[in-house]
Design a protein around this ligand. Sequence first.
Ligand SMILES: NC(=O)c1ccc[n+]([C@@H]2O[C@H](COP(=O)([O-])OP(=O)(O)OC[C@H]3O[C@@H](n4cnc5c(N)ncnc54)[C@H](OP(=O)(O)O)[C@@H]3O)[C@@H](O)[C@H]2O)c1
Length: 246
Amino acid sequence: MCTKQTCVITGGSRGIGRGIAIELGNRGANVVVNYRSSDGAAQEVVETVETAGGSAIALQADVADYDAVESMCEEINSAFGSVDVLVNNAGITLDRKFSNMSRSEWEAVIDVNLTGVFNCTHCLFDDLRAANHGRLINISSVVGQQGNYGQANYATTKSGLFGFTRTLALEMAESGSTANCIAPGFVETDMLETVPERVRDHILERIPLDRFATVDDVTGIVRFLASPESSYMTGQVLAVNGGMEW
Ligand SMILES: NC(=O)c1ccc[n+]([C@@H]2O[C@H](COP(=O)([O-])OP(=O)(O)OC[C@H]3O[C@@H](n4cnc5c(N)ncnc54)[C@H](OP(=O)(O)O)[C@@H]3O)[C@@H](O)[C@H]2O)c1
């Protein structure tokens, strides 16, 4: 399905990105595991892909740093040639109710979750448009649809991806490439671990399927979006949230 594709997954060292990298690697893609600081975890993902017979490299770059992203993309092109699939997955939270939120907490989340998406997409835009079945896949969140107490910075970035995705879909359409967005609900990763237990219990009450998502609940959707089977789907937001209403 993804044979010979070269897929870049930002934040591929842990959590959802790790799952996506392994899934696409298992499907025969060349996989680029981007990360910011978890060298060991990123190498472990590379080894997992290689053990399954795939090709992978781990590349450190802070997605918020345009120059670092540009250098990373040069390394990717040297290693694997042109890129077919970009999964903008890297993301952070810095939660604080708005009245107490500092400018630096606002900017840090914007820089990674929104400007980071600009940086990676901008550096790989020509590759994606030139690819046969070029795919831009942005990982948003249910929080971008619903808002969430204490997450004005995070919610803003995740809502921003909707307009970004829709616009890029229009601008990529001429080349036959697509741009789509996934809005997961609450997924069992390190990020969810930072949420206090009483808040997690409250969230769970709002999920009709009565459980948090697993990483695998998201990776299958990415696999589909990366495949030729999704060729006629673009500019969409796919909610994967256990039935949470918004
Ligand atoms: N977990 C959820 O409930 C949930 C729900 C909806 C949407 N999402 C979204 O899904 C994505 C992944 O979330 P997750 O739960 O898997 O998070 P996670 O477990 O905290 O992992 C975050 C990943 O992003 C990387 N990263 C963070 N900042 C980066 C930067 N500046 N440059 C490059 N890489 C960076 C991390 O690299 P290091 O390992 O090097 O730190 C790590 O690989 C995020 O965009 C998040 O907003 C998560």
